[in-house]
Unconditional design. Structure first.
Lengths: 279, 311
C-alpha cells in the first residue's frame, strides 16, 4: 500500500482507524518485548499515522526513492510507533513486530538505519535529529528535489542545546522544505517537563528563532492534516507544528501517567488496553 | 615548508572543481581551517554553521544522506571532543559517508594553549566502529589523502596541523588507506610515526646512524585500520619499536601499535608523545622540546633502551 500520489488515505475516519490499529500494534509489541517506551509512542501515533498514510510521498517498495519525503524520528525512543507504521505501510513483514528488542532482531531498542528499510538515520540519543533533517533539506535543495523533510521531536528533547543550534541553522538557511513537529505531551521520564526543566513558552522560543509556528491538538486528525498542508505553503522559513498531546493517548489508565514513559504493559494491562481500543 | 591545513585548502578546491557533489561545512573557522578557499569558489556548496560543532556534524550527516559528499572542518578538539557523540550516534552508527577533516591537531597549535591543543582526538576517533583515522605527514601526503578518501566510502577522520612542516614523502608516493610507508627498516629499532613526528623520526634515524645504530622509520599515516603486516615486519627486524606522535601516549598511535603487537608479535615498545598532560602556551618549537617530542628525545630514548637491553 504505497502512499504515493493517488493512493493516500484522506478520509479522517479511516485515518483514525489506522491510528487505532497502530496503537494496538504498539501495545502488543511492547508487551511481548517486556520493555520499551509506551507513553511517547502513543502520544505521537496520530501525527505519524497522518504523515505516512496521508501526507508523505514515499514508496515502501523503493525506500531509497530519491524524490521521497523523509521522516526523522529524533525522539528515537518512540521506535515501536515507527516500526508499526513502517510495517503497516509495507516496508517489511508485520510478523517482525513481535521480535522487538530481541537478540538478532532488526527492530532494535532504538531505530537503526542499517538494520531496517525505511529508517533514514539511526536515532536514540536525543537532540540530534533536527540537525540531520536540516542537512537533508540543504542537500535536497542543491539537488533541486522538491521533497519535504519531517522531524518529530519530544518536548523534553528540546532541553538539548543542539536542537536550538539546528533551529538557528534551519532558519538561517531558510529551509522551507523542513517541518519539525514537537510532540508536546508535557512529561519526561523524571516527571512533568515544567518541573524538571521548563521549556515553555515553546511557541515563543521557536518564533524567536525565526520559525513559522502552528499550534494544534495533536490528536485531532483533521487539525493535523490541515497543519501539515499549511506548513507546506509557508515559503522562506521552516515551520514547526507544536502538537499538544497526551502521553499514553488511547489507553485511559496510561494517559498522562509519567511512570509509563519507559514501561511496557503487563499482560493484564495489555488485555484491558486492547479492550478499550476495541480489539 | 607548508602546513598540512594549507594543502587541505588547495586539495579541497581542486576536488570541488572535479566533483559537483562535494560540499563543505565549517564552524566559523574557515579562515584557519582553509576551507575558506572552497567557500570563495563555490559559495552555494559551502555552509558555515556558525559556532555550533554538534549541529555541523549532524548537518553534514544529513547532506550525506541526500547524496552529497560532505567535508566538515573545524579545530581537532572541537570536531572530535565537542561533537563526539554526534559523530558516534549519527555518523558512525549509521555508517555515513562524512569526512571530518580537522586542523590544529596537537601541541604545535602553539600560543593559543591547552584549550585549543588537541592531544586526545586520535584516541576519541579510533575507538569508534566504522571510523577510518588518518594523520598525514606533510602537505604532499595531505593532498593524496583528500583525493583517496573522497573515492572511498565511510566515516573518516583526518587530522591536520597548523604549523608549516617539511616535505618528506618521496615524489611518486601514493597514499592508500591502511598502508604504511616504510622509509627504511632498522636492525636496532624501528620508529613508527605519524604527522609531524615522521620528520623528527627521520632526523633521529640519521643522527643515530652516525653512532652506528641502525634505526628504521615508518610513516603510519593510517592509524585505523592499522597496517599490521608492516608492524610485524618492523618488530621482527629490530625487536624494538618506538612510536612517535603529537598526541597523548594514551589511546593514539602508541596505543594502537601496543595493542596490536602485544597480541601478534610482542616486542619492547617505547611511546614518544604527550605524557598524560595538557598542553600549554608557547612557540611550537619550544613546546616540542618541553614535551619531549624532538628527534633528540628519540635519540636519547633509543640509546638508553638499547643499552639497557644489552646489559
Amino acid at each position: 500500500m504505497a502512499v504515493i500520489e493517488g493512493e493516500k488515505v484522506s478520509d479522517i475516519k479511516r485515518l483514525e482507524d489506522i491510528a487505532r490499529g497502530i496503537r494496538i500494534d504498539i501495545l502488543k509489541m511492547l508487551a511481548e518485548a517486556g520493555s520499551g517506551h509506551t507513553g511517547g509512542s502513543l502520544s505521537a501515533t496520530d501525527i505519524v499515522t497522518a504523515l505516512y498514510f496521508h501526507k508523505m510521498r514515499h514508496n515502501p517498495k523503493d525506500p531509497a526513492w530519491k524524490e521521497r519525503d523523509r521522516f526523522i524520528l529524533s525522539k528515537g525512543h518512540a521506535a515501536p510507533l515507527l516500526y508499526a507504521v513502517l510495517a503497516r505501510s509495507g516496508y517489511f513483514d508485520p510478523s517482525l513486530l513481535s521480535t522487538l528488542r530481541r537478540l538478532g532482531s532488526p527492530l532494535q531498542g532504538h531505530p537503526n538505519s542499517k538494520s531496517l528499510p525505511g529508517i533514514e538515520v539511526s536515532t536514540g540519543s536525543l537532540g540530534q535529529g533536527l540537525s540531520v533533517a536540516s542537512g537533508i533539506c540543504l542537500g535536497l535543495r542543491l539537488n533541486n528535489i522538491p521533497a519535504r523533510v519531517y522531524c518529530l521531536l519530544g518536548d523534553g528533547e528540546t532541553q538539548e542545546g543542539q536542537v536550538w543550534e539546528a533551529a538557528m541553522t534551519a532558519a538561517h538557511y531558510g529551509l522551507d522544505n523542513l517541518c519539525a513537529i514537537v510532540d508536546n505531551n508535557g512529561l519526561q521520564i523524571d516527571g512533568p517537563v515544567e518541573e524538571i526543566m521548563r521549556v515553555s513558552p515553546m511557541n515563543d522560543k521557536w518564533r524567536a528563532f525565526g520559525w513559522n509556528v502552528i499550534e494544534i491538538d495533536g490528536h485531532d486528525m483533521a487539525a493535523i492534516l490541515s497543519a501539515l498542508d499549511e506548513a507546506e505553503k509557508i515559503k522562506g522559513r521552516p515551520t514547526v507544528i507544536i502538537a499538544h498531546t497526551i502521553k499514553g493517548k488511547g489507553v485511559s489508565f496510561f494517559e498522562g501517567r509519567v511512570e509509563y514513559h519507559g514501561k511496557a504493559p503487563t499482560s493484564d494491562e495489555l488485555k484491558r488496553a486492547l479492550k478499550e481500543l476495541g480489539e | 615548508m607548508k602546513a598540512t591545513r594549507d594543502a587541505y585548502g588547495e586539495a579541497l578546491l581542486e576536488l570541488g572543481k572535479r566533483r559537483a557533489d562535494v560540499v563543505v561545512l565549517d564552524a566559523d573557522l574557515s579562515g584557519s581551517t582553509k576551507t575558506g578557499e572552497f567557500a570563495k569558489a563555490f559559495p552555494e556548496r559551502f555552509f558555515n554553521i556558525g559556532i555550533s560543532e554538534q549541529d555541523m556534524i549532524g548537518t553534514a550527516a544529513g547532506l550525506s544522506l541526500s547524496g552529497k559528499l560532505p567535508f566538515a572542518s573545524t579545530f581537532a578538539i572541537f570536531a572530535t571532543g565537542r561533537a563526539w557523540e554526534q559523530i558516534r550516534q549519527t555518523i558512525c552508527y549509521s555508517n555515513l559517508n562524512v569526512k571530518i577533516v580537522a586542523t590544529h591537531g596537537g601541541i604545535t597549535v602553539g600560543e593559543d594553549g591547552a584549550s585549543h591543543q588537541s592531544v586526545e582526538d586520535i584516541a576519541l576517533m579510533r575507538v569508534l566502529p566504522n571510523m577510518t583515522v588518518v594523520v598525514p605527514a606533510d602537505a604532499y601526503e595531505t593532498k593524496g589523502v583528500v583525493d583517496v578518501i573522497s573515492e572511498s566510502y565511510g566515516p573518516t577522520y583526518v587530522r591536520l596541523g597548523r604549523a608549516k612542516v617539511k616535505e618528506i614523502m618521496p615524489e611518486g608516493y601514493r597514499f592508500h588507506i591502511g598502508r604504511a610507508y616504510t622509509f627504511n627498516l632498522g636492525r636496532h629499532a624501528n620508529i613508527i610515526a605519524c604527522g609531524i613526528m615522521v620528520a623528527e623520526a627521520l632526523k633521529a634515524s640519521e643522527a643515530l646512524r652516525n653512532d652506528g645504530i641502525d634505526v628504521g622509520v615508518i610513516n603510519m599515516s593510517t592509524i585505523k585500520p592499522l597496517d599490521g603486516d608492516v608492524l610485524i615486519q618492523a618488530a621482527r627486524t629490530s625487536g624494538f619499536i618506538v612510536t612517535a606522535e603529537e598526541h597523548s601516549i594514551i589511546g593514539g598511535l602508541g596505543g594502537a601499535v601496543s595493542e596490536f603487537l602485544s597480541e601478534n608479535y610482542p616486542v619492547v615498545i617505547k611511546r614518544v608523545g604527550v605524557k598524560d598532560s595538557f598542553g600549554t602556551s608557547g612557540e611550537p618549537g619550544a613546546l616540542l622540546k618541553l614535551y619531549g617530542l624532538t628527534s633528540e628525545d628519540m635519540v636519547k630514548l633509543i640509546k638508553e633502551t638499547i643499552t639497557i637491553s644489552n646489559c
